[in-house]
Design a protein around this ligand. Structure first.
Ligand SMILES: [Mg+2]
Ligand SMILES: [Zn+2]
Length: 277
C-alpha cells in the first residue's frame, strides 16, 4: 500500500467518520499517468533562444568578435561557458540576467496547452529536456508559475558561484554520434522511460509525446514508437529535418508527426487522443 493510500484511509477514519470512504480518491492517488509529454525549452516553451536573450543583460547587448569567432561546431556548451564567464567579467549582475530570462515570452498558445495538461494531470506526466541550462529554465518556469507542473528537468547544470559568475557544466557524456558531446536527448529519453517503468511496477507509458523545434530534438524523436507523436514546430529545423527523412525513406521514422504553430494545435491533437480509451 502506498503512503498516499494510507493517508486517505487514516483521514477517513479519524476526521470524517460519517462520510463513506471516497473509493475513487484512493484509486486516483495510486494511479500513474498514462502519457508522457517531453518539452524542449528554447523556441518551444519560450518564444526565443534563452542563450541569445541573456545577452540583453549586458549594457552593450552584444559579444566581442573574438568571443563570437571562438565558437566551434559541436562545442556549443563550451562556448556558452565562455560567454557566461565573459558576462561576469563585464560585471553583469545576477539580477540583470534573471530579468533578461524571466521576461522572455512563452510561445504562442503554450499557456493554453499547459493549462489543458494541468486540467488533465491524472493522464499526463510532464518533463523538460533542454540543452539550455538549469538556472534559465527554473527561473523562467518559477516566474511563469509553472515549475510545479514538471516532474523533472533534464538540462545542463548551472548556478552562480561566490564571485557572481553563472557557471555552466555539461549534462552528461554519451556515445551517440549524432549529438553534441554534452547532451543526447535520446539517451535521456530512453533512461527516463526505463527508470519510470521500474518505478511504475513494470507499467510503461501508453504513449509518449515529444514537443520540440531544434535539430537536437530529432535524435530523441527517432526513438519514438508507432503509438507516439513527435510535434515539430512548423518551419523550424526539427520540422525541416523530419520532412527530409520522410522524403528520403533511408531512415524509418515510426512515430506520428504533427507540426504545430500554436500550442492550441497540440491541444486539439491531444484532445482527440485522450478521448479514445
Ligand atoms: Mg529548442
Ligand atoms: Zn543522440
Amino acid at each position: 500500500m502506498s503512503s498516499a493510500e494510507l493517508y486517505v484511509q487514516k483521514q477517513t477514519t479519524h476526521h470524517s467518520p460519517k462520510m463513506s470512504a471516497p473509493s475513487n480518491l484512493t484509486y486516483a492517488a495510486s494511479q500513474e499517468p498514462r502519457f508522457l509529454v517531453l518539452f524542449d525549452f528554447d523556441e518551444t516553451l519560450i518564444n526565443h533562444n534563452s542563450d541569445d536573450a541573456v545577452l540583453r543583460a549586458m549594457p552593450c547587448q552584444q559579444l566581442p568578435d573574438w568571443l563570437k569567432n571562438s565558437f566551434r561546431d559541436g562545442q556549443y556548451n563550451e562556448y556558452m561557458q565562455k560567454v557566461l564567464a565573459y558576462m561576469a567579467d563585464q560585471n553583469v549582475s545576477e539580477d540583470s540576467i534573471h530579468s533578461a530570462i524571466v521576461t522572455i515570452p512563452p510561445t504562442p498558445g503554450l499557456l493554453s496547452l499547459v493549462q489543458f495538461l494541468q486540467n488533465q494531470k491524472q493522464d499526463f506526466e510532464l518533463v523538460v529536456v533542454s540543452d539550455a541550462n538549469m538556472y534559465f529554465i527554473e527561473k523562467w518556469l518559477e516566474a511563469a508559475g509553472l515549475r510545479h507542473l514538471f516532474r523533472k528537468i533534464f538540462t545542463n547544470p548551472a548556478s552562480f558561484d561566490e564571485s557572481g559568475r553563472l557557471v555552466l557544466l555539461p549534462f552528461h557524456s554519451h556515445s551517440c554520434p549524432r549529438c553534441p558531446g554534452n547532451m543526447c536527448k535520446q539517451v535521456i529519453l530512453r533512461e527516463y522511460l526505463a527508470n519510470r517503468q521500474k518505478e511504475r511496477g513494470g507499467a510503461p507509458f501508453q504513449r509518449v509525446f515529444y514537443i520540440g523545434d531544434g535539430s537536437n530534438d530529432m535524435c530523441p524523436s527517432l526513438a519514438l514508437g508507432p503509438r507516439d507523436t513527435a510535434f515539430p514546430r512548423r518551419d523550424f529545423p526539427m520540422h525541416r529535418l523530419l520532412l527530409g527523412i520522410q522524403q528520403s525513406q533511408k531512415v524509418t521514422f515510426k512515430a506520428n508527426v504533427v507540426p504545430w504553430t500554436s500550442g492550441e494545435d497540440i491541444v486539439d491533437c491531444l484532445k482527440n487522443i485522450i478521448s479514445e480509451r
